[in-house]
Unconditional design. Structure first.
Length: 198
């Protein structure tokens, strides 16, 4: 039995649905909203790479180290992006959240907070994880700020850790939330999600 079993998570009009090939057109449209694949510090697929992106995610699910979701508007059925559990370590009950991106028009809304609340709740309360982690490019300052707003703690930087899509080598910034920190982080996320947006 896989550590992360297929499940649909939903809240506040947002659904996280196990990613499959039926989401190909929706993912392509979401990525085109802002031409997100042109950003050098993200893993967003270019239009002609969308099917391969999904197939890679499905193979990783089969291998047990990544579980990708399509992020979907529950009311319209529109695909807004994708996010994943990855670097899944059942022996120590640890997952990371990443491969996360949203259509430009869906950014700066309640979407990211809602997705993280869904994934953290499932990780800690259903999977009984001890730690949930994140990693991001040292030059992806927007991602670092978003992770820090969630209440995650910075663990450190792994230097010369991975290749970017343009072939340059990146340093990776690591963050995490522990089981003991989860109640306070949950309260913070609920407050952040529900406060009026100006």
């Amino acid at each position: 039995m896989a550590f992360v079993e297929p499940v649909t998570l939903s809240q506040r009009g947002v659904q996280l649905i196990p990613l499959d090939l039926t989401h190909e057109d929706g993912l392509r449209t979401a990525a085109a909203d802002g031409a997100l694949w042109q950003l050098r510090v993200t893993s967003v697929p270019a239009p002609d790479e969308t099917r391969a992106y999904i197939e890679t995610a499905l193979q990783a699910r089969s291998d047990g180290h990544r579980f990708a979701f399509a992020v979907v508007d529950e009311f319209s059925g529109k695909v807004l992006g994708s996010t994943s559990y990855h670097d899944i370590l059942p022996a120590v009950k640890r997952v990371e959240i990443g491969y996360t991106w949203y259509a430009k028009s869906a950014q700066r809304s309640h979407l990211n907070t809602t997705c993280k609340l869904l994934m953290l709740t499932h990780a800690f309360d259903t999977l009984n994880c001890n730690v949930v982690g994140w990693r991001t490019d040292n030059f992806n300052f927007a991602s670092q700020a978003a992770i820090e707003r969630l209440g995650a703690k910075k663990d450190g930087v792994i230097r010369g850790h991975a290749l970017r899509r343009d072939g340059t080598i990146r340093d990776t910034v690591m963050y995490s939330v522990t089981r003991g920190e989860w109640p306070e982080v949950r309260a913070h996320l609920l407050y952040t999600r529900d406060k009026p947006r100006t």
